[in-house]
Write a protein that binds this ligand. Sequence first.
Ligand SMILES: Cc1cc2nc3c(=O)[nH]c(=O)nc-3n(C[C@H](O)[C@H](O)[C@H](O)COP(=O)(O)O)c2cc1C
Length: 270
Amino acid sequence: MNADDFSQLMRAHRSVRAYRDQAVDGALIDRVLTEALQGSSSSGNLNMVSVIKTSDVERKARLCDLHFGQPMVLQAPLVLTFCADSHRTRQWLAQRDARPGFADFISWHVSSFDAIILAQTTALALESHGLGICYMGTTLHSMGAIADYLGCPENCLPVTSMVVGWPAEAPAQRDRLPPAAWIHSERYQRPDASEIDVHFAERERRGRERYLAMGPAMEQQWREHGVSSLAQYYTSKIKYDPDQFSLDSAALEALLRERGFMVSRSPVSD
Ligand SMILES: Cc1cc2nc3c(=O)[nH]c(=O)nc-3n(C[C@H](O)[C@H](O)[C@H](O)COP(=O)(O)O)c2cc1C
């Protein structure tokens, strides 16, 4: 693959939410995952990740509930759950009489970054085979329940999931913020109000258009919740409700403690 092919692959990316009723070859998935880990940088080369494949229909149905009923979890033939996993590494340390480690908040980040990097490399690789994918952000909101359902041990938690299958739709490309909004030279350039207006103009127009094109039910919801712009929609009760996010964040913090990802020691005094 040359640089043009890679550009083409990235430009062709769409999240796919409708899938054909056709299995994905298990050997292909294992190969893609194996190559994706090889093709991803990994902090300290510790490879503190695990990926759990779910293709059994009944098990996907349960996962679908845990992903707030998002239909593609059931419809896609495969769900990949990417876990931040220091369990295996910690066990290895213990078996080699090494000092215990990687049970702290930094190691949570290290392992979850590795999992996310692997997920995105996997996504591109799957797309290069013509497969479709869609991330499931609901993983963050049901993390403990998904971990328990998938049998994750201590120091192993799912950070993202991805449905995979042969696309049954060809969605339009979604816009991104323009480069001027987020690429900075040498120093961060704080946007003033007029630059914010410019940077978000296209997003506001296209996002609003897309959501309201979903049908009269969405229009009615916007009216009921007093939503008149895309920004207001994002933090309304019907999208990313800050009150719910706050509750789920507290639960996530408690879960990280419970599963051994927040161990911190006071500095030893002489
Ligand atoms: C971490 C993450 C979580 C996501 N979670 C969901 C999800 O739960 N449901 C969904 O339909 N799409 C989800 N998406 C897909 C985004 O909505 C999508 O990437 C975005 O709208 C841009 O569209 P595109 O991927 O087609 O370019 C998620 C994407 C990411 C990166």
